[in-house]
Design a protein around this ligand. Structure first.
Ligand code: SAM
Length: 207
């Protein structure tokens, strides 16, 4: 009780403290509840593990990347790792449809990160608006298996059209079944299993 009163007084004295003490990512229990509630758009009940994130970023040439796009950033577990490896002058545009998750993303204090609270299906419109022709690589957590096929294919095709010839489109899934779909859009698809994830994940790297 005394501790809570002290915290309120401290916060009133220093309003920045309120911001600083807010969690920078969603706790696992809340993530689980949110995932179960919105399974049709989240497609998962736990954030991606650091091992899967590392596996996803392994094939991205960060020293040559000036512009990266993340699709379905969630609460930012992969976003932070992307930023850790990015050049100081590079930019990351992270699309996320859930405003609650965008709140967490916006707490990441990094001027290179631009959070877009909109569906990735509007990707081409944004790129045109920003005057961007090519994206160096895409990192995606969008649960394409639970989205309507037409919507998912539309997003994937827009990403393929904008993808730089040296870049890659990286995505994770919980099975290899969606491989065919990626093969119909991209020139090549390589898959790596990462067991240190809940549930184990398959990382798809598409060129
Ligand atoms: C499986 S979570 C991945 C979160 C995070 N990238 C991670 O790996 O922990 C998928 C995220 O994609 C978002 N999402 C689903 N459909 C989307 C769309 N059309 N455009 C942008 N984000 C979308 C969901 O709201 C959810 O936060």
């Amino acid at each position: 009780m005394l501790r809570s009163v002290k915290k309120v007084v401290q916060t009133l004295e220093n309003p920045h403290l309120a911001l600083m003490t807010q969690p920078s990512s969603m706790n696992r229990f809340k993530y689980f509840i949110q995932g179960v509630k919105d399974l049709k758009t989240k497609g998962t009940i736990a954030p991606t593990s650091k091992y899967t994130s590392k596996q996803m970023l392994r094939n991205i040439n960060f020293s040559k990347s000036n512009l990266l796009v993340e699709l379905g950033a969630g609460d930012g577990s992969i976003t932070r790792r992307i930023l850790e490896q990015m050049k100081p002058e590079a930019k990351l545009y992270s699309f996320e449809i859930d405003p609650k998750f965008c709140g967490f993303l916006e707490r990441i204090e990094d001027p290179r990160l631009h959070v877009i609270n909109d569906s990735a299906e509007h990707l081409s419109d944004y790129l045109q608006q920003w005057g961007v022709d090519k994206v160096d690589s895409f990192i995606s957590g969008i649960p394409f298996v639970v989205l309507p096929d037409a919507l998912g294919n539309n997003i994937l095709q827009q990403a393929k059209n904008a993808l730089h010839s040296d870049g890659c489109f990286v995505q994770f899934h919980y099975s290899t079944i969606p491989k065919k779909r990626y093969e119909q859009i991209f020139d090549s698809v390589a898959i790596k299993l990462e067991v240190r994830n809940l549930p184990p994940a398959f990382v798809f790297t598409c060129h």
